[in-house]
Ligand binder design. Structure first.
Ligand SMILES: [Zn+2]
Length: 141
């Protein structure tokens, strides 16, 4: 079980992170379950329960991330740190495919994070397809 996170700290992280998953950008309002507060550097890797190391992620990204802090970039075949949604910029590491359903990695970090967190798994891609039809996706910024 993960460390208890005090209510004040949870509120602060919610205010910092907003209402989208820090990794796949899925909006909380379309996911049907609340985003989870996650340790950016996992506790098993020494990550602390402090504001700087906490962000919000969807259940799927959080589950697949688990205790990982790094993963292999499939293009360069090197082990790289996973994306840090608090201190790195999403658009420097990822972009949406032209039809808006797939996340494309632009950097080793972006590609490794997509692989590790299975950010293009068939379920989320199907959901994104419907969100695109409804003009709810991809996010404008
Ligand atoms: Zn996600």
């Amino acid at each position: 079980m993960s460390t208890y996170i005090p209510a004040d700290l949870r509120r602060q992280v919610r205010a910092d992170a907003g209402r989208r998953c820090g990794y796949c950008l899925s909006p909380e309002m379309l996911m049907g379950i609340p985003l989870e507060i996650e340790h950016i550097l996992p506790e098993v890797a020494g990550g602390l329960t402090v504001r700087e190391n906490l962000w919000r992620a969807c259940h799927s990204c959080n589950k697949f991330k688990g205790g990982r802090s790094e993963f292999t970039d499939p293009v360069t075949n090197t082990l790289v740190p996973l994306f840090n949604p608090r201190f790195q910029r999403w658009r420097e590491h990822f972009q949406w495919s032209s039809e808006g359903t797939l996340i494309i990695g632009l950097t080793p970090c972006g590609r490794a994070t997509i692989e590790a967190l299975q950010m293009n798994n068939e379920y989320i891609v199907e959901a994104r397809h419907l969100w695109v039809i409804a003009s709810w996706h991809p996010p404008a910024n």
